[in-house]
Design a protein around this ligand. Structure first.
Ligand SMILES: CC(C)(COP(=O)(O)OP(=O)(O)OC[C@H]1O[C@@H](n2cnc3c(N)ncnc32)[C@H](O)[C@@H]1OP(=O)(O)O)[C@@H](O)C(=O)NCCC(=O)NCCS
Length: 181
């Protein structure tokens, strides 16, 4: 059984190590998620430090998929736009599932859970971008996201080759969070 939970800004040491391993596993598997190879541990640590700081600041939620034995095997994040004109908007980021655990529906389940967080926060517009040659395109379409377009040669794969990105969005029914007074 795998459960989805929200991680706090100060996670357990073992959980933080699992998050490090998830990012490294994705990059070493060729996923374009912001990093290239070789991937120094200092960059991995700096990435997760930044994530935890923004959870503490309240601008981000980090979800993880945890197996019955306590091990984290997947994750996704939602970052709430902070500008006054974007309080209805949020970006879905870093959907990662360990290569050993893919193809079992964890990605789909994490995307459903992150949508629930958006709904609770009254964020009615979700968006994300992904590599045109990544393995998440079908999943996002299956989750109801619409392709909005893409930018040529947007990012480098872990091996350094440039590729286009694909931008997706999804509108969530509900009353959007109001701009500040
Ligand atoms: C994208 C990713 C999160 C999907 O995770 P997942 O748990 O395998 O997702 P699911 O099982 O819900 O669905 C995966 C898809 O692969 C298919 N699949 C079947 N067997 C599979 C396997 N052994 N390995 C991978 N995918 C498999 C599923 O049927 C599904 O098909 P679809 O894309 O046509 O809908 C995962 O592949 C990953 O971490 N990729 C690297 C990081 C990345 O690119 N993230 C997205 C960044 S924007």
């Amino acid at each position: 059984m795998t459960s989805i939970e929200r991680l706090p800004a100060a996670p357990a040491v073992a959980d933080l190590a699992a998050l490090h391993a998830l990012l490294r596993d994705a990059v070493e598997g060729g996923a374009s998620v912001g990093y290239v190879l070789p991937l120094p541990e200092t960059e991995v640590a700096a990435f997760w430090r930044g994530v935890l700081a923004s959870i503490a600041a309240g601008s981000r939620v980090l979800l993880v998929a945890r197996e019955a034995d306590g091990r984290i095997v997947g994750t996704v994040q939602i970052e709430f736009a902070q500008r006054p004109n974007g309080r209805h908007r949020a970006e879905v980021q870093k959907l990662l599932v360990l290569r050993t655990h893919r193809g079992r529906g964890l990605g789909f389940t994490l995307m459903g859970a992150v949508e629930e967080i958006a709904r609770e926060a009254r964020r009615t517009l979700l968006f994300l971008d992904t590599s045109c040659n990544g393995n998440a395109l079908g999943l996002y379409e299956r989750c109801g996201y619409t392709r909005a377009g893409g930018i040529p040669r947007y990012a480098a794969d872990p091996d350094g080759s440039l590729h286009d990105n694909v931008i997706f969005y999804k509108e969530i029914p509900g009353t959007p969070a109001a701009p500040p007074p």
